[in-house]
Design a protein around this ligand. Structure first.
Ligand SMILES: [Mn+2]
Length: 323
């Protein structure tokens, strides 16, 4: 099915709803939040009843988004009657943390997925899934344009936040020509570039940069495999509130290596791995084999184990199998 057809089908279903619930993935980023905020704002203007669910709260820096006050972390929102649930930027319902919540709903609402994860499990009744899109925001932009919905400054801002989030300010391999075209259209619609950029640059407290310094100090490179790796331990940030999400993207943008692996020690004996590549190589296959998911060029996984140092790299010693 052509994407334009999916754009029409999804919007038709959304616009016919009276009660719309948006779902964002856990540990929400600018893409899942900006995309949901744009659609929710549009829906509210049509007089629909809207809410949004995310397992984790909306981070402080995204609270300026219109509709941010529609978000709740309380699963009780699923007890209300919804005719349509739109899941933004989540490859599977587990990732969004809603698989059981959604499957328990009676009557079952229509489920729509708008997503660009290569590993999307096609769990929805209507999929707007395109793994080559830079961001979910780019797809929402496509839906708005295909259905001739006016994009004003407020909506443009939401979508630009999503697009800039996933393309590392239009610098990473996801920044195809179509991402620039969408960004340009959103700027023409009144989105403010400097304000959007301000969310992603000059925003790190000194402690986060110190943590990054430790990760950089541990970098290792294996010339045989082309994999550069580093590790981040719980003790690096005893307070637990250091921003560590951007470190692997920083490495991806600045390091001349084919594949980048960052291992993060997590509470409970878990290790989270983040993979980046500039190659045609598909790192999502590696992540998938370890029970994770993501994109061809940016993927992740979580396993039970401990981080170990080898001469040419950091590895995970599995303590027992994941389920
Ligand atoms: Mn995304």
């Amino acid at each position: 099915m052509e994407m334009t057809h999916r754009y029409r089908l999804a919007h038709q279903a959304i616009s016919q709803s009276n009660r719309l619930l948006a779902v964002c993935h856990r540990r929400p980023d600018g893409d899942t939040l900006g995309s949901a905020a744009a659609y929710l704002t549009w829906a509210e203007r049509q007089g629909m009843i809207t809410r949004a669910f995310c397992l984790d709260p909306v981070p402080e820096e995204y609270r300026f988004l219109p509709s941010a006050e529609r978000f709740t972390t309380d699963p009780a929102v699923f007890n209300e009657l919804w005719d349509t649930v739109v899941v933004f930027d989540a490859g599977d319902l587990k990732h969004a943390g809603v698989d059981e919540l959604l499957h328990g709903l009676r009557p079952r609402p229509r489920i729509i997925a708008i997503d660009h994860h290569f590993t999307n499990e096609r769990y929805a009744d209507i999929d707007v899934v395109h793994p080559h899109a830079s961001s979910t925001a780019e797809l929402v932009h496509g839906i708005f344009r295909e259905n001739r919905l006016p994009i004003d400054r407020e909506l443009a801002m939401c979508l630009l936040v999503g697009l800039i989030n996933d393309t590392d300010s239009l610098t990473n391999p996801a920044a195809h020509q179509s991402a620039f075209a969408a960004a340009s259209d959103l700027l023409a619609g009144g989105a403010d570039w400097q304000t959007t950029l301000g969310l992603f640059v000059k925003n790190r407290p000194i402690e986060s940069l110190r943590v990054m310094g430790r990760v950089l100090g541990r970098l290792k490179y294996d010339p045989e495999t082309g994999v550069a790796s580093s590790a981040l331990f719980i003790d690096d940030c005893p307070t637990g509130d250091c921003q560590t999400d951007g470190i692997v993207n920083y490495l991806g943008n600045h390091l001349d290596a084919e594949v980048i692996l960052l291992l993060k020690e997590r509470p409970g004996g878990e290790v989270r791995g983040s993979l980046r590549t500039v190659l045609e190589a598909d790192v999502s296959a590696v992540a998938q084999s370890l029970g994770g998911g993501g994109h061809r060029k940016a993927s992740g996984f979580t396993v039970t184990g401990v981080i170990a140092e080898e001469p040419h790299g950091w590895i995970v010693r599995r303590t027992h199998r994941t389920h």
